[in-house]
Design a protein around this ligand. Structure first.
Ligand SMILES: [Zn+2]
Length: 220
């Protein structure tokens, strides 16, 4: 992994250093005071902007930074450092939550690359799911009108959706690797295709929730 060198001047001692944009740069290497944290999650944790991440390493850095940013360490610090530590802590926690989850991580990169990832997209039925969704709605209507005979059909739907979700996750993993290995000019197109897979995934997840809810009310 290589990091771009960034010229940084310490707010406290005024000394400049060229440093790699890794996590250690939270502290001045001359006076060791806490610096204003970078807001980009990848930069904050010292990772390349990539869709695949070493999750054990992410966790290691998270714990290390949590210790370094622990509030007990800043009770007698200057106000500037206390504020930086609060800012950094919130970036640390939000960033960890987003980066550890493959889907949220991809959505973060999509958003940063100017893609619209709005929830409203999930209302458009992906064309290849039209038939599936139609059958599901019929089964739900039949059930709600009191005919438990449609339960078998609903169970079959549930199994198909779970299967689809697994296929999608495998497909995403492959696409993530392709993106990370691709040269810059090809990346936008890959992100476009990743976004449509994510929309499909979200759509199926919502359908699954609906089906599971139906089962839950019946079992209650
Ligand atoms: Zn300094």
């Amino acid at each position: 992994m290589s990091f771009p060198l960034i010229e940084h001047t310490c707010w406290r001692c005024g000394q400049s250093s060229e440093q790699e944009s890794e996590a250690a740069s939270l502290f001045c290497k001359f006076c060791n005071s806490l610096q204003r944290p970078v807001v980009d999650y990848f930069e904050f944790f010292g990772f390349d902007k990539s869709l695949t991440i070493d999750s054990a390493e992410l966790q290691r850095r998270y714990y290390l930074l949590s210790r370094q940013l622990h509030p007990d360490r800043y009770t007698r610090a200057t106000e500037t450092e206390r504020n930086f530590s609060l800012e950094a802590t919130s970036i640390l926690n939000d960033g960890y939550r987003v980066l550890r989850d493959p889907v949220q991580r991809a959505e973060y990169i999509l958003k940063e690359s100017g893609f619209d990832i709005g929830e409203q997209r999930s209302k458009d039925v992906p064309p290849e799911l039209l038939e599936e969704v139609f059958d599901l709605n019929v089964a739900l209507d039949v059930l709600r009108s009191g005919d438990a005979g449609a339960l078998t059909e609903l169970e079959a739907s549930r199994e198909r959706f779970v299967e689809m979700q697994n296929e999608i996750d495998a497909d995403l993993e492959l696409k993530f690797r392709q993106y990370d290995a691709a040269p810059e000019p090809e990346r936008h197109e890959l992100l476009t295709s990743i976004r449509s897979v994510l929309n499909r995934r979200r759509y199926i997840r919502n359908l699954l929730q609906e089906v599971n809810k139906e089962f839950a009310t019946r079992e209650a």
